[in-house]
Design a protein around this ligand. Structure first.
Ligand code: NAI
Ligand code: 15L
Length: 265
């Protein structure tokens, strides 16, 4: 299947730079957006700069698109006011614009930090109560609620992907469990865009890693079968010094995010 016009927010970011390439086969036109300038690179690409906290700008951005992959926003723990503008207002504006302009499918880049306060020896599925580990995690938790609300109220379908750690390779021992390869991320987004009748589905974005904390049985209808796994990086990662047992990176699923901030006033 192929979309007519796919909107990719956060297109200048780490994942956006990858996905603007790998999602191209699934759409006639990809509309690339970020708060910083993005340059279209050939046919089938268009770029629209937009601050997600600007409601009118987001409405103009979304018009004419038939699906949205929403990656834009602050991707780390930051003072609440920054998170409020980019993530909380941002996700609301995206869904309001989707409603107004008839967009029926959103893929929301949620995060493992919505459940970051579970311990690494706990195993959870998508139905576990959320335990956000900071303002950033709270904003993603809000985003998942917005997604559910816009499905229940307006029939807009979303797959919220609780991305673990999506980088070229796992950067530390914790990421041996949370790593999501770019290839598996792309497949998961493809499934999220084209699987019929997803309603609001929550899925954990992880590759086929050996020791995982998350169970994706509730998202089996997506048919996502990860092809990569972190084991091939184990020897390299284990050259790093061991993590102290009282370090949040060794205790919590959200790792160091559980101990960042507050940032004062
Ligand atoms: P990133 O920080 O590299 O990219 C985010 C992009 O959003 C940046 O290009 C930034 O300029 C843009 N942005 C920030 N504020 C904005 C605003 N007010 N208006 C418009 N654009 C704005 O993050 P990355 O790693 O590419 O992540 C993409 C998405 O996936 C983010 O939503 C992040 O929270 C989520 N995610 C990523 C994970 C990872 O391992 N890379 C893990 C879990 C979630
Ligand atoms: C995230 O949500 C961040 O966006 C990313 O930069 C990583 O820190 C990742 O989680 C993680 O938990 O490893």
């Amino acid at each position: 299947p192929r979309l007519a016009r796919l909107l990719l927010t956060g297109a200048a970011g780490g994942l956006g730079k990858v996905l603007r390439q790998t999602l191209k086969p699934f759409t006639e036109v990809i509309r690339l957006s970020d708060i910083v300038a993005v340059t279209p690179d050939g046919p089938g690409e268009e770029a629209v700069a937009c601050d997600l906290s600007d409601k009118q700008a987001v409405h103009a951005l979304v018009e004419g698109c038939d699906a949205i992959v929403h990656l834009g926003g602050v991707s780390v723990e930051r003072p609440f006011e920054e998170i409020l503008e980019a993530n909380i207002k941002g996700v609301f504006h995206v869904y309001e614009a989707a409603r107004r302009h008839g967009v029926k499918r959103v893929v929301f880049a949620s995060s493992n930090h919505v459940i970051g306060f579970y311990k690494q020896d706990e195993h959870i599925d998508a139905s576990a109560a959320r335990r956000p580990d900071g303002y950033y995690g709270l904003s993603k938790s809000f985003g998942e609620d917005v997604a559910q609300f816009y499905f229940d109220r307006h029939g807009i379908e979303t797959v919220s992907i609780r991305i673990g750690s999506s980088f070229p390779e796992p950067l530390n021992r914790r990421m041996m469990s949370t790593w999501l390869s770019y290839r598996d991320l792309t497949t998961l987004i493809e499934k999220s865009l084209f699987t019929p009748d997803v309603k609001h589905t929550v899925v954990y974005g992880m590759s086929a890693n050996r020791d995982v904390w998350w169970d994706n049985a509730a998202a089996a209808h997506l048919g996502f079968v990860p092809q990569d796994g972190s084991e091939v990086f184990r020897d390299k990662v284990e050259t790093q010094p061991p993590v102290a047992p009282n370090d949040p990176n060794a205790i919590y699923q959200g790792g160091a995010f559980t101990a960042q901030g507050p940032f004062g006033d």
